[in-house]
Design a protein around this ligand. Sequence first.
Ligand code: RP5
Length: 162
Amino acid sequence: MKKVGIVMGSDSDLPIVKKATDTLKNFGVPFEVHVYSAHRTPAEAKEFAENARGNGFGVIIAAAGMAAHLAGAIAANTTLPVIGIPCKSSNLDGMDALLSTVQMPSGIPVATVAINGAVNAALLSCEILALEDEELADKLIAKRSADAAAVLEKDKNIINQI
Ligand code: RP5
C-alpha cells in the first residue's frame, strides 16, 4: 500500500496531528511524519513534495497554523493529492489558518478539512488509498457502520439524560 506523508509546520502542531496518526494506525495505513515549515525550511518542504511520489507516498497531509502556507507550498511541488489541516493557534481561533489553507487559486488544489480536522484528514487519506485497496475500503465501510450504531445507541439512551 502507498504511504501517507504527514507534514506539520511546527512540532507545536503535534497534538492536533496526533489524531490523524492515531486514525491511520487504526486502519493499518503506513505513514511518515515530518516537521517542515513553508516559511522556516522552505527548501526541505519543497524537496519532500518533489520526491514524494517516487518515495512511495499516495497522499500528503499538511498541517499548519497562523499564515498557513504549508499545504499550498507542498501542493505546488507535487501532483499527489494534498489535504490541508488548518491548525488553531492562540490568536484568531484558526480562521487565519483556515483561510490561508482553503483559498487556493485555480491550478493548485488543496483539499482543506475543518480547523483542527485531523481525523477527517486521515479518513480522507484512507478513502483516496482505498480506491485501489478493497480491504481498506471494507474497513472504511465497517467504521461507518460502527459510528452509526454508536449514534443509534445514544438515541436509545438520550431519554435517560433528560
Ligand atoms: C506555523 O506557525 C506552525 O504550523 C504552527 O502552527 C505555528 C506556530 O509555530 P511555532 O512558533 O509554535 O513553532 O508555521
